[in-house]
Design a protein around this ligand. Structure first.
Ligand SMILES: Nc1ncnc2c1ncn2[C@@H]1O[C@H](COP(=O)(O)OP(=O)(O)O)[C@@H](O)[C@H]1O
Ligand SMILES: [Mg+2]
Length: 357
């Protein structure tokens, strides 16, 4: 296999295990995003792939080679950090070319290569400046250029956009995605930002407390979360959870969580086996609909965002959020009736939090 493979990777710091038995195959050419909250182990995992942190147990393979015992510069990787880590006294040109110079590449070849990278990243006019004469976004480009110039088989990015303001972050996101499409190289990218994960990744690995919670396409992570942690970490506003049980409802199935019976048209046939059991219903805000035939709810507050609005409601004592178009007017304290799109809900085991369908 030509990508990256982690086999049984474990990491402990002074006896305290922070990553346990991580097994992961990263396909050649993938844009793999490691997503999780602060402290879940994303950087530790990336640093182990880079060779900046030794593994406590297990092995790491890059392009079919066991690199576990190799130094970072022997692994055919390049890394871009959140803090750009540019050499402050060197020009942009020298910053980008430095790695090549260290490898003994002739000056003319370095100049050519740096020129190409400058054009690719649209920083050609900046090549003779010092890092302190650049904006944050420009510095980030230089850091990316320094990684690109080495043409490694794998790029490792650790939260490269988190020091940029929102607008620039969105622009750089688009550029990174284009760059990946153009170069087709394997990227392993760490972020705590679920929007970055959803927009960039060909595959997302959701981590929590040093364990993989789900490794899947962005679409499946969103539509079919493996457990409550993934369900609530991905998606904003967050998924709604209601405790109750499934009940027979005519020929179909309804959810009963003390608000009356909420019909669940479109649930998979397997859901019949769960009738009578306690479950936690998970429904994304866009899958709650205002409908006169629905169950009673009380409006707490409507938050217009421009293209749509988030309506906070209580249903049988549980607070939920519905996402709807901007047209309808809601009054705080008013009554509403809501339905749930049964074809798009998740059902979780209330004890373990695991998805049940
Ligand atoms: N050098 C270290 N020594 C001891 N504990 C560490 C060290 N680096 C990271 N940790 C711990 O390992 C866990 C994962 O950290 P990290 O990989 O930095 O998380 P993330 O990048 O997801 O925010 C945290 O609990 C952190 O405190
Ligand atoms: Mg980190």
């Amino acid at each position: 296999m030509n990508g990256v493979e982690l086999r049984g990777v474990t990491k402990a710091y002074s006896g305290l295990t922070v990553m346990e038995n991580i097994n992961l195959e990263i396909e050649d050419g993938a844009f793999l995003v490691l997503l999780g909250p602060s402290g879940c182990g994303k950087s530790t995992l990336l640093n182990m792939i880079a060779g900046l942190e030794p593994v406590t147990d297990g092995s790491i393979h890059i392009a079919g080679r066991d690199v576990t015992a190799l130094e970072p510069d022997e692994r055919d990787i390049a890394m871009v950090f959140q803090s750009y880590a540019l050499y402050p006294t060197m020009s942009v040109r020298r910053n980008i070319g430095f790695g090549l110079k260290m490898r003994g590449m002739p000056k003319a070849d370095i100049d050519n290569r740096v020129g190409e990278i400058g054009e690719l990243l649209q920083i050609s006019p900046l090549l003779d400046r010092k890092p302190s004469q650049l904006s944050g976004g420009q510095q980030q480009r230089v850091a990316i250029g320094r990684a690109l110039v080495r043409e490694p088989s794998v790029f490792l990015f650790d939260e490269p956009l988190s020091n940029l303001d929102a607008k620039l972050r969105a622009d750089m996101r688009v550029e990174l995605k284009r760059l990946h499409e153009r170069l087709g190289r394997t990227i392993v990218y760490v972020t705590h930002d679920q929007i970055e994960a959803m927009t960039l990744a060909t595959r997302v690995v959701v981590l929590d407390k040093g364990h993989i919670q789900q490794a899947d396409t962005p679409e499946n992570v969103y539509r079919r979360p493996a457990n409550r942690f993934v369900a609530s970490f991905v998606g904003a506003p967050t998924m709604n959870f209601m405790d109750g049980k499934l009940v027979q409802y005519g020929d179909g199935i309804a959810f009963d969580g003390g608000m009356g019976q909420l019909p669940m048209a479109g649930l998979p046939a397997k859901a019949r086996d769960l009738i009578g059991q306690s479950i936690t219903l998970g429904a994304r805000p866009e899958h709650l609909m205002f409908d006169d035939t629905g169950v009673n709810a009380r409006v707490l507050l409507a938050e217009p965002t421009g293209p749509d609005q988030y309506v906070r409601l209580t249903v049988a004592g549980t607070e939920v959020t519905a996402r709807t178009g901007p047209e309808q007017q809601f009054k705080s304290g008013g009554d509403a009736r809501i339905m749930v799109d049964g074809a798009r809900v998740s059902l979780f085991d209330p004890q373990s939090g695991r998805a049940m369908l």
